[in-house]
Design a protein around this ligand. Structure first.
Ligand code: NG6
Ligand code: CA
Length: 512
């Protein structure tokens, strides 16, 4: 596949991306005008209504609340997509994922999805002298087109797209292999017990959820009935690598300790840390410290665990004396879902909690709760606390970071990203000209001002494996978000000229 966004790294005469080695750190960046460290946290499936700083009353998230109180808290910010892989792809490439094949939810043995020739946001930071790290959930594929060699060197990896260091969960916590990869090797792998992974047929003789449901500590509601690891049926089959298997209860602790180590090691450099939490994705398995603590069942418990994670990172920055000059971004890859394939009591235990807030839909959906997510930016040295109401999309983070670093992106790099630093830092409240959203089925929506248009789609509005209002309809949909943020009244028939205008604009964006 020919990616237009791949051409840039080879542009002659562009020093940032020609691959010439600058030795930036101490020489280029003087200690008194040091660029900020940047931490970007992608939580997983966290909803707009899941945090007390966004109005939740049944759960308290004090650490994330204090982050919000000290920074710019966005009220109208969007992930590009209602699922993980495309959302992450968009952030790191600054390109809309729906322009490219193979950017849908990735299996656990998918090859690297971002071409190594692509200049990513990690490359941008690295070329500006930052030390770059990717920790936690990855879900952008690893290895060549046939997937990774789990028993050897896993390449390409995040280290081939701009990260100096990686410690990653390859895909999601419900997908095999249930192992960590650190700097291109499976962690704690015993070479005498090699790993085999297959997404089509059983490998080895480890029990599966389908054959041995009596072995499960959490049963599946949909799918998740392949190999059982730690009493949980997963998506995909694996065998081997016993010594390398993660312990689900410990994942948050592990991610925090790796992040702390990375931050402490690089406290003298500017660093860029891209961190994906496994919380609050299924299977929701809190550490015993958090189990039963929320009164909202396991989904609430892992929200508390997520809040703890953020508190630990804030504390680390404080104790190293670098909090003031660290740009700390906290958000979610897509909206929330209640039953995402395991019988974990999440629905029964909601207890009045509303993960979607007032919005319609959720993860996978074209409606607002699919992509409207919490988005918080704290940088004490620079950002004055503010509630940011401007319309904002994560697609613009890349170019905004280029602005921050004083780098001009060459033509073709981050092609869909627009520098929007003054909004990003909360200095100015100016809506993006439009925001494009993508649902599970690649149905696109576009928001401009108060209007939201969802393009007609031939896809069904429901799938068998998750109860979700996907937003697919053969008819054009138009909502006035200023009076109807919950998208109850389709007013397409009343405002044909608005439908026309937005469909033309969307087609124009598509054809770029
Ligand atoms: C779905 C899974 C869901 C989750 C999702 C990806 C089933 C029934 N559902 O196919 O559990 O893993 O994929 O989520 O298997 S994401 O947040 O990483 O995009
Ligand atoms: Ca997700």
């Amino acid at each position: 596949m020919n990616h237009p966004y791949l051409l840039w790294s080879l542009l002659p005469g562009f020093s940032l991306f020609t691959g010439c080695t600058v030795s930036p750190k101490k020489e280029v960046i003087k200690s008194d005008d040091r660029l900020p460290n940047v931490i970007y946290i992608f939580s997983d499936d966290l909803g707009f209504g899941d945090l007390s700083c966004y109005g939740a009353t049944k759960i308290q998230t004090p650490h994330i609340d204090s982050l919000a109180a000290q920074g710019a808290q966005f009220m109208n910010a969007y992930a590009s997509s209602a699922t993980s892989t495309p959302s992450r792809f968009c952030l790191l490439t600054g390109a809309y994922p729906w322009r490219y094949e193979n950017t849908e939810i990735a299996t656990g043995n998918a090859g690297m999805i971002i071409d190594t020739a692509c200049v990513t946001m990690a490359d941008l930071f690295k070329n500006a002298g930052y030390v770059t790290g990717a920790i936690g959930k990855w879900h952008l594929g690893l290895g060549g087109p046939n997937g990774p060699d789990w028993n050897g060197e896993i390449t390409p990896s995040p280290r081939n797209i701009g990260f100096d260091y990686d410690f990653v969960i390859p895909a999601t916590v419900d997908r095999v292999p249930c192992v960590y990869v650190e700097n291109d090797r499976v962690v704690n792998l015993d070479p005498k017990d090699p790993i085999f992974v297959d997404y089509n047929k059983k490998v080895g003789n480890w029990p599966t959820g389908k054959e041995n449901p009596e072995l499960l500590k959490m049963k599946s509601s949909h799918g998740h009935d392949n190999t059982i690891i730690n009493g949980i049926g997963r998506i995909g089959y694996m065998t081997g690598g016993k010594s390398a298997l993660w312990v689900d209860e410990d994942i948050a602790d592990t991610i925090v300790s790796k992040a702390k180590a990375f931050i402490a090691k690089n406290k003298e450099n500017p660093f860029f840390l891209y961190l994906g939490t496994q919380d609050v994705h299924v299977p929701r398995i809190p550490h015993p410290r958090f189990a039963g603590k929320s009164d909202l069942g396991v989904r609430g418990d892992v929200i508390l665990q997520l809040d703890w994670t953020i508190g630990q990172l804030m504390h680390t920055l404080d104790s190293l004396g670098i909090a003031n000059n660290t740009l700390f971004i906290f958000t979610s890859d897509n909206g929330p879902v209640i039953d995402d394939g395991y019988i974990d009591g999440a629905l029964e235990d909601l207890n009045g909690h509303t993960p979607m807030g007032i919005y319609r839909g959720g993860k996978y959906s074209a409606y607002e709760a699919g992509t409207r997510v919490p988005f918080i930016v704290r940088w004490p040295d620079r950002i004055k606390p503010v509630k940011q109401h401007a319309l904002f999309s994560q697609v613009d983070v890349f170019a905004s970071m280029a602005e921050l670093l004083g780098k001009k992106l060459p033509e073709g790099v981050a092609p869909d990203s627009r520098g929007n630093l003054s909004v990003f830092l909360g200095d100015e409240s100016k809506d993006r000209e439009y925001v494009v959203q993508q649902n599970l089925n690649n149905t696109l929506s576009i928001i401009q001002g108060k209007w939201k248009y969802i393009e007609p789609s031939k896809m069904p509005n429901a799938v068998s494996w998750v109860e979700m209002d996907l937003g697919n309809s053969p008819e054009a949909q138009l909502y006035d978000l200023s009076t109807d943020p919950a998208e109850k009244q389709n007013v397409a028939i009343q405002y044909p000229e608005v439908v026309k205008r937005l469909s033309v604009l969307l087609n124009e964006v598509k054809s770029r």
